[in-house]
Design a protein around this ligand. Sequence first.
Ligand code: ADP
Ligand code: MG
Length: 590
Amino acid sequence: MKRVRSRLVMLIAIALVAVAPAIFGSFTITLMNYIGIYAMAALGLVLMTGIAGLTSFGQAAFVGIGAYATAWYTVAHGGSPWIGLLLALALTALVATILGVATLRLGGHFLPLSTIAWGIAIYFLFGNTDALGRYSGLSGIPPIAIGPLSFEGTIAVYFFIWAVLGIVMLLCWNLLDSRQGRAIRCLRGGTALVESLAIDSFRIRLAVFVLAALLAGLSGWFYAHIQRYVGPIQFDIDAGIELLLMALVGGAGQIAGAVVGSAIVTLAKNVLQDVLPAITSYSGQFEAVVFGVVFIILLQKARGGVVPIIKKYLPRPEQNVLPIKASPLPRRQRTSAPGQAVLAIEGATKRFGALAAVNKVSFEVKAREVLGLIGPNGAGKSTLLNLITGVLKPNTGTIVFQGADITKLPPRRIAAAGVARTFQHVKLRPNMTLLDNVLLGIYARTRAGFLAGALRLDRAEESAARAEALHQLRRVGLGDRYGDLAGNLPLGQQRLLEVARALAADPTLLVLDEPAAGLRRLEKQTLSDLLRDLRTQGMTIILVEHDMEFVMNLVDRIVVMDFGVKLAEGLPAAIRADGRVQEAYLGGVA
Ligand code: ADP
Ligand code: MG
């Protein structure tokens, strides 16, 4: 029912676009043409800034590259606009790849700053190039045509623009609901989680960046052939800020926000251009001031933009999970025989300044055992888990997983080798559903690329992945809530969700940092039963946990840490009886 209603909303939107030319005059339709063209570029920013969290003030530069590419080709060489389109897309993709490789590895504010730099530079580049008509630009650009059929009329081009916009929005929508799209949505909120899921965050960032640039290039192509003229001023840093404003006003995390934002800003500009000259003779500067104020109000009052506010009154589309008949995903081959060492830590030391958080620690974890790692707060347990999973690198010592030295591997490669983890401080994507969070864990077990996701060629694999994710959710007792947002779960259940996500990776070694903290009694029992099950199925587990009853009843062996060093290692009964351990940690209560 909900689904039907949200389809209805979409159909109404399409119908409105279709009948607009019958209602409005050519002035309004021309305005709508520009709204559609800007929406394409803003859509790129929705993906890149709103969803992936990479702020760009330089989107207009890519619009400019697309526009100039086709303008130069069709004007100076009399070429076809269709070849011009290919050229525009190829050139924007090329430039974006080069800029992306140069800047996307650097974190923090470097990217936004560099986007400002190229946003400014492009203006001078266009303005100083003879072949591009210097500051007077290129005019006489031909209209788009298919054979003798020219799209010169406003209405023909209107339908063309909005059809293309509709298609690219649909493709983006599909993409976001696919394997790579989930990786894109996961980018925002830090790379620690992303890399722990065996996702190459740089590659995903670069892909989003190029995708955003391609949308800008497409927008530029339309712009050049509609405006029939291009000049540097149209693509300067102001234009880039305006595009960002569109994405933010509309709702930066929303596909539909691109259109809504483009409409609001374009219409507002139009009104201002009519109104301001009547009030002041400095209308140009005033426009910038008004937009600046809107920007600030928006950041203060409505960070989410307009679309989320509208959406509150619309039905939320239900997440489609139920696979039509999925063949199960392939499982990892577990090579180690029981009793063989899966993980061997040898003399691992990690210093933070003068503090040795982990100090010459050595032990092995054997195949199919549950190893408990205990010790008081600050003993170095989490730091040790970070060494194992590659988040931190040891100052000295080695870590060997299934016979291979993983000491220097990045977390992503260690995850890919078969180590999955949970975090002491839960790392989830609160705005994604439970199902999507668990699907993130399946990333490394699936193959679908960006194009396959956008074109829905990934459905067989996606069904299998969803079936697997649902299975893992059920295992931790969250199967009924698959469509809820992860952020709405109480903390204890968020931990269980992390366990489900880790299991979804089908790991050989499962690393759990205080998974039972905050769980209720019954939930602890479910978790304990699950971990026992996993051991029977051949998984190896390292478990950090403070609840001694939970640990003692579950684990095969225990390693005790205190002040960074290994205090003791042995069977639970022996550890319980060990005087030093009691003194350091158990305080005589055990
Ligand atoms: P546990 O998980 O056993 O409670 P941790 O491994 O989190 O202990 O911390 C061990 C010690 O290392 C603590 O004294 C902690 O303050 C310190 N520590 C942990 N991470 C860092 C860091 N990134 N920088 C500096 N000190 C740290
Ligand atoms: Mg800890």
